[in-house]
Ligand binder design. Structure first.
Ligand SMILES: *Cc1c(COP(=O)(O)O)cnc(C)c1O
Length: 714
């Protein structure tokens, strides 16, 4: 029963089923229908239908259940929902009609919708987009991860600009998640050994279209208070806690699949956190009588490992003593001794247990997440593989993409529907189709985009006004939060995690030069920042503080804003509502950088250092690429890279944006917007990404031309 006070009226009772399938988060008709029940609740729930149905009054539900227009919409939505969820036909069915079983995708975070705050950034959103796309293409994927009941940090910025970490306990009643059940209808709870003691794991289920996510939670009766905290928060706690989490993810996750009787044929490990899954699978086979070597071979042949981290220091490395403590007894189950066991995750020249090394050793197919990231990864692991040439390192790449129906603003999507193809979502990775972008009248695209910008500005104002009214923040905080933003001004967006390599404060390198750009009375510019620092990262928090204090500085005239608590909800407004998407990482440390892809597809051109996806995505006409001075020492690089960004703004971007014709449309600018959409949408659609994974990594056809020699390693 969804509603505490009353059941849904019989005539519309299937709304509950739709609300519990995150299909709605990328289906405009479903979103519109929930919004039609109560526009205010739709907004105050941050677009969460489960919460909306719980909070809607029985009278209102009764009324819509008798409204013929609503019912017609409801019926047609349910027809659409059923035919989506039960579809027999799909891209995958056509490509692999004989494939039976499942593909298990393990990730420490999943970003599907803001109502499930179990992600911190790009890695999680990628996992969420992977699931949505698998659903669209009919790929039989199941996700394995965590249900963190306190989610990821909620960011509050104090008066002094310092990030305060808050955690909000999830409200099970208003979240689109339910307990997974056993065949006899009981809540599924499994048991694993954590070192020398038992640990109980409860399993939650989230439906993402045709894909199911199984999320583990250790807050279960029978576990010690410490163990109940294992799944408490994403990336909280010390190294031992982290090891506990990774044991739960890899080993627990595999036991969950067994308990549910899911016949996984392939296992995809998204980043090294889940690599214990490969050990667990070897243990199972050895338990059935295989030798370690043959079990290892079988496991490797059915494992895919995606690595994202381009620096050695970024990988999870545990002290060997800690591993020994928890895996004492485990190696004999694998049929090997301690020495051989510890060697599995040993990287030459490094003392410790390296999760990435474990995954590289135990998975046959391995990839980075952009062309550049593939090159960087091969370079990084060259010695490990004792490879004579970097090309011989068996790590390929699949460039990330984004789930377009999630990330393209509806008004922009409607324009695509009218001028590109009414089925653009079905053919979103078809390059030829996107050539039709040129047929969109400039004024139509421009007005749709201006609508997005104005929506963004009013959204930001509404958020700060709530903080003013409800939380009594200070007036300067309301200013810093964006209350002075203007709906017509050229707006630059910079939003991502505050990790040091992303250099959030780079644009302030020469404050006077920046002020001249922002405060030009004829051609003003404003910048909107957003992003969380990792809760333990004081360096990241200092960067936020710096920006926040500049946002409060009257000499910037309200042209800088810092939007609190960046999440998927705010990201959707930002990637469509700003005019330029800025990214200035310290190259080549950006593994891919998917937010720029989201912006590009909305007709928001990128102003980005050539790194990650942009190095392959920049065409010369679809945005701007200030030169990255990779040859200089770090401190000089910052000044040189910043100067190159100022120059692009002064000479190209600002003049082009304000060069208007009589109807107010900037024709030159719209040309760049269209190029951005035309070139980026098909190529960085996650449909292209998933097809690459299936064709090159999941089920490579033996005779297919290998695009990249390293993609299917020996
Ligand atoms: C897309 C997205 C990211 C990833 O951004 P990058 O450009 O890869 O850093 C992070 N956070 C949120 C909320 C996003 O939507």
């Amino acid at each position: 029963m969804i509603n505490n006070r009353s059941q849904l009226p019989k005539r519309i009772e299937r709304l509950e089923e739709v609300a519990y399938n995150l299909f709605w988060c990328w289906n405009p008709s479903a979103r519109g229908l929930f919004k039609a029940i109560d526009r205010t609740l739709w907004r105050t729930s941050n677009h969460n239908p489960v919460k909306l149905l719980v909070q809607a009054t029985p009278e209102r539900l009764e009324a819509v259940s008798k409204d013929p227009a609503f019912l017609q919409w409801y019926d047609s939505l349910l027809t659409q929902f059923d035919s989506y969820v039960d579809a027999e036909d799909s891209w995958f069915k056509q490509e692999h009609p004989d494939f039976k079983g499942a593909i298990a995708y393990y990730s420490a975070e999943f970003g599907v919708h803001n109502s499930l705050p179990i992600y911190s950034g790009g890695l999680g959103i990628l996992a969420g987009d992977h699931c949505k796309t698998a659903s669209d293409l009919g790929i039989p994927l199941v996700g394995v991860g965590f249900m963190y009941p306190q989610g990821y940090v909620v960011q509050r910025i104090g008066t002094e600009g310092w990030q305060r970490n808050e955690y909000h306990q999830i409200d099970w009643k208003t979240s689109p998640v339910r307990p997974a059940k056993t065949a006899d209808g009981k809540d599924l709870v499994i048991r694993i050994d954590l070192g020398s003691w038992p640990l109980h794991i409860k399993v939650w289920k989230v439906l993402v279209g045709r894909v199911t996510l199984y999320l583990m939670d250790t807050n279960v009766a029978g576990n010690s208070p410490g163990d109940r905290e294992i799944s408490g928060r994403l990336y909280g706690g010390d190294q031992t806690m982290r090891l506990h989490q990774e044991i739960v993810l890899g080993i627990g996750g595999t036991r969950v699949l067994r308990a549910l009787g899911i016949d996984a044929k392939l296992y995809h490990c998204n980043e090294g956190h889940a690599a214990f899954l490969m050990l667990e699978r070897i243990r199972e086979l050895v338990g059935k009588g295989a030798t370690f070597d043959s079990a290892r071979k079988d496991v490797a042949a059915s494992s895919v490992f995606t690595t994202h981290t381009p620096v050695p220091a970024g990988h999870d490395v545990f002290p060997k003593e800690l591993i020994e403590e928890y895996f004492k007894g485990y190696w004999s189950d694998l049929g090997i001794d301690k020495k051989k066991f510890l060697e599995l995750a040993q990287s030459p020249g490094q003392d410790g247990w390296n999760m990435t090394v474990l995954a590289l050793r135990l998975a046959d197919r391995k990839n980075g997440v952009s062309k550049r990231n593939g090159i960087v990864s091969r370079e990084m692991w060259k010695d490990f593989y004792k490879a004579k040439k970097v090309e011989d390192v068996p790590i390929g790449h699949v460039t990330n993409g984004v789930h377009m129906p999630t990330w393209i603003n509806q008004a922009i999507g409607d324009v695509f529907g009218q001028y590109v193809s009414k089925d653009w979502k079905l053919h979103q990775d078809d390059h030829a189709m996107w050539a039709k972008v040129k047929d969109i009248p400039d004024e139509v695209l421009w007005r749709a985009h201006e609508g997005c910008r104005r929506n963004l500005v009013s959204f930001i104002r509404r958020k700060v006004s709530e903080r003013w009214r409800k939380d009594r923040v200070e007036a300067t905080q309301v200013l810093a939060g964006g209350s002075l933003l203007d709906g017509e001004t050229l707006t630059i967006g910079f939003a991502r995690r505050f990790a040091a390599y992303k250099r959030a404060t780079l644009i302030f390198n020469d404050i006077e030069r920046l002020k001249k750009i922002l405060l030009n009375p004829w051609k003003p510019v404003q910048i909107v920042f957003a992003g969380k620092a990792h809760p333990a990262d004081d360096g990241g928090k200092r960067l936020i503080q710096q920006i926040y204090n500049l946002a409060k500085d009257p000499t910037f005239g309200g042209h800088i804003a810092f939007v609190e608590d960046y999440d998927m909800h705010k990201a959707r407004y930002l990637v469509s509502g700003v005019d330029v998407w800025l990214n200035n990482p310290l190259a080549p440390l950006e593994a891919c950088g998917t937010s720029g892809q989201k912006a590009a597809a909305n007709g928001v051109p990128n102003l980005s250092i050539l790194d990650g996806w942009w190095e392959e995505g920049f065409s010369g006409e679809n945005g701007w690429a200030p030169t990255a001075s990779t040859h200089l020492p770090d401190d000089e690089r910052d000044a040189a890279d910043a100067a190159s960004i100022y120059q692009a703004l002064e000479e190209k971007i600002v003049p082009l944006f304000y060069d208007r014709s009589a109807n107010g449309v900037p024709a030159g600018w719209v040309r760049v917007m269209k190029e951005s959409i035309r070139t980026s949408t098909p190529q960085y659609s996650s449909n292209r990404m998933l097809k690459d994974y299936v064709d090159q990594y999941y089920l490579p056809k033996v005779d297919s031309k290998k695009k990249n020699k390293a993609a299917v390693p020996v």
